[in-house]
Design a protein around this ligand. Structure first.
Ligand SMILES: Nc1nc2c(ncn2[C@@H]2O[C@H](COP(=O)(O)OP(=O)(O)OP(=O)(O)O)[C@@H](O)[C@H]2O)c(=O)[nH]1
Ligand SMILES: [Mg+2]
Length: 700
């Protein structure tokens, strides 16, 4: 049987979960239809989702249409949970983009459509809520073609629009207007069809047109538009037929090499890890062994989605989605077997979270349990990027917004019994080097506590290039393990720069290296005090790198959101000064009927304040959507207490050096700002002029 992995995506409250419920009912999976409002929808299964009536996590359910098994992935629409959408994008064969017939195309809809088109995910559009007062047909269709994509065609007409009795009549072969619109649309992408049509219009059958529509929809070139209501069920049969006939269900290559992607990680009732994998080729069986993050792990259980249920199976085949148990080290984005062409690891379609908050347990005794609970949540959502600041004893996470924060708070209380509060939310900045800086520490020198020579040069690199590591030494001049140690440590160290933020757009060049080869005593024992190890390079690299970075200097850049904002035209005069006050920079507005569409930029730190003011300024008529995040606006370096404490400096604070004469280990503490080195005996070394921030060790 063929499988179609289908994502349902839309802006918040468009009706994705209600539509999912309706599709399950229409496919005969449910005897009774559940409702989001009553907290009984299948895919909003978390207590918090039912309580709040919003989707927080992507969920999978399955049903069958004709000879196609559809694995449907219901996704959240709130922008705070956009990461959930991002994680499923790479495993989809097709998508239904839901637009509300009342609210129409929203900025979030545009963001989603742009991403689906870029990824060439075959996408149908479903205009929902035709039963609600204020529902539109022509207006919504115009804004879909004008603002989403011109390559669309309506698949039916609507009667009784805006009433409970609204009904959909699908277009057919006898609707000449429909067939000529199809020809216009499809001929652009198919010269043979155009030629046949020019030769003899009547000879081009409706069947041929529909086959061509399926082919071009499958290539992501055109987007059929269906109308209906998830609540009354109007138009849902036509949508079901469209899903089965127009989207590319496939029978995967079961005999091919094993290739799958993990797009979701959960915990079972007894705390066991459950990895959701989409298989692209090959098959996996219970007891198969897999390499997961360098470890050999065994699949102990497989469950697949089957007509609304999750059932045990002995294997999962190409094309299917399954829950795998037994993979203890697995993480979201991991590849099972060979990478697939659409592997999602490290791929960013949307802006990363730009807010950071410190999570504070109400009961201080809960601190350790809080860290464990947050680490579990980070398995499900790695973008929260859990961090522990050893110096201040603080735990912080990255977030998209206030709703995500409230969800985190409720989840910790419900799942771990931990009550938390949050310190003020701050914006996550980045640091970029200002100029070139260089430093070197030579093996055997008094100032160097490690058996390694490392010289590094730090230079600014073009925006968006991240951290690049280069060699200016001969590749064979040092064991590969030592070079890897330097490179890995460079990346780890630059996670926090001089002001405590991630350093990026930086080229780091290894300019000098040196080591002492492995030496043994006459009786054959390895002499650590005379032989360099990778640990020496890991210890020395941060000291040299930070020294070079201090010479280079860094500039802190705050993230700036590109936004789209729809407001009633008459409120423009009130919104503009508020935007300016919050350092927003709008482009000239575009008139859309009685509304204005404003696009522009605003510092991420001001977004929340703007969102709070908008309802009052626009009589709750504003529609806000973040489009992307750019981090190229410079600000003055914030005072140290505003940035996170550089935790890697904590890591290098304790240096361990061996004296030449004995195996005695001398422990020294480096102050967090790297300005002082304290020996275990309490003596303090101040760095000499020009070497501020570098460890200087007196061998006596
Ligand atoms: N009248 C009417 N209401 C609808 C329809 N579809 C959904 N709703 C209502 O719209 C609200 C949101 O529906 P959901 O299905 O939760 O929307 P969603 O897109 O899943 O929302 P998120 O997952 O939170 O983004 C609920 O109150 C639904 O009852 C529809 O076709 N007609
Ligand atoms: Mg939902």
């Amino acid at each position: 049987m063929k499988t179609l992995n289908l994502g349902i995506v839309a802006h918040v409250d468009a009706g994705k979960t209600s539509l999912t419920e309706r599709l399950l009912f229409a496919a005969g999976v449910l005897d009774e239809i559940g409702s989001v409002d009553a907290g009984s929808a299948q895919t909003d299964s978390l207590a918090l989702e039912r309580e709040r009536g919003i989707t927080i996590r992507a969920a999978v359910v399955s049903f069958v249409i004709d000879d196609v098994t559809v694995n449907l992935l219901d996704t959240p629409g709130h922008p705070d949970f956009i990461a959930e959408v991002e994680r499923v994008l790479g495993v989809l064969d097709g998508a239904v983009l839901v637009v509300s017939a009342v609210e129409g195309v929203q900025p979030q809809t545009r963001l989603l459509m742009r991403t689906l088109r870029r990824l060439r995910v075959p996408t149908l559009v479903f205009v929902n809520k035709i039963d609600r007062g204020g529902a539109q047909y022509d207006g919504v269709l115009r804004s879909i073609t004008g603002r989403l994509t011109p390559a669309t065609v309506a698949m039916g007409s609507v009667s009784g629009l805006g009433t409970r009795g609204a009904a959909v009549t699908p277009y057919g072969a006898t609707d000449t207007g429909f067939t000529s619109r199809l020809v216009d649309l499809l001929a652009e992408g198919d010269d043979a069809l155009l030629a046949a049509f020019v030769q003899n219009e009547a000879a081009v059958s409706c069947c041929r047109l529909l086959a061509e529509l399926a082919a071009q929809t499958g290539r992501g070139r055109v987007h059929p538009v269906f109308f209906g209501s998830a609540i009354t069920g109007a138009g849902v049969d036509a949508l079901m037929a469209g899903i089965a006939r127009l989207l590319p269900a496939r029978e995967g290559d079961v005999d091919g090499p094993v290739s799958g992607t993990v797009f979701k990680v959960d915990r079972g009732p007894v705390g066991d890890k459950i990895a959701y994998v989409r298989m692209f080729s090959g098959s996996l069986h219970v007891r198969d062994r897999l390499q997961v993050r360098g470890h050999d792990e065994k699949v102990t259980g497989i469950r697949v989605f089957d007509r609304g249920a999750v059932v045990r199976r002995a294997s999962v085949l190409a094309g299917q989605i399954a829950q795998l148990r037994g993979l203890h080290g697995v993480q979201i984005g991991d590849v099972v077997g060979l990478p697939s062409p659409t592997s999602t690891r490290d791929v960013r379609h949307f802006a990363p979270p730009m807010l950071e908050t410190i999570v504070v347990p109400v009961r201080p005794a809960d601190r350790a349990a809080l860290h464990t609970a947050l680490a579990r949540l980070a398995e499900q959502d790695p973008l929260i990027a859990l961090r522990q600041d050893e110096v201040r004893g603080e735990i912080s996470v990255s977030l998209y917004g206030e709703v995500q924060k409230e969800v985190l708070q409720s989840t910790l209380a419900a799942e771990a019994g931990i009550d938390v509060t949050f310190s003020e939310t701050t914006t996550i900045c980045i640091e970029r080097p200002i100029r070139t800086g260089a430093a070197v520490e030579t093996i055997g020198a008094d100032s160097n506590p490690f058996l390694a020579t490392v010289g590094l040069r730090v230079e600014p690199a073009p925006t968006g290039t991240g951290v690049q590591f280069r060699l200016e030494i001969e590749l064979g001049s040092m064991p590969y393990a030592f070079m890897r140690a330097v490179e890995e440590t460079v990346h780890a160290t630059l996670r926090q720069g001089l002001a405590g933020w991630q350093v990026t757009d930086t080229a780091v060049t290894l300019t000098y290296s040196g080591y002492w080869a492995r030496q043994s005593h006459a009786h054959g024992t390895f002499d650590k005090s005379m032989s360099s190890t990778a640990g020496d390079f890991r210890g020395l690299t941060p000291l040299v790198l930070i020294s070079a970075l201090q010479q280079a200097g860094t500039r802190v850049n705050e993230p700036v959101h590109r936004f789209a904002l729809e407001i009633p035209a008459e409120t423009y005069g009130a919104v503009l000064p508020a935007l300016a006050q919050l350092r927003g920079v709008p482009d000239p507005p575009t008139a859309q009927g009685t509304a204005y569409l404003l696009e522009g930029t605003i510092p991420a730190s001001q977004v929340h304040a703007l969102q709070q003011r908008l309802p009052r300024l626009t009589a709750a008529q504003a529609c806000w959507s973040p489009l992307s995040t750019i981090t190229n606006r410079s600000t003055a370096v914030p005072p140290p207490e505003h940035g996170p404490t550089p935790t890697h400096w904590t890591a290098v604070r304790t240096c361990c050096a061996y004296s030449d004469e004995s195996d005695e280990c001398r422990v020294m503490e480096l102050s967090p700002d790297l300005s002082r080195l304290t020996h275990a005996n309490g003596r303090v070394d101040a760095p000499s002029a020009g070497t501020a921030g570098r460890a200087t060790v007196d061998p006596t």
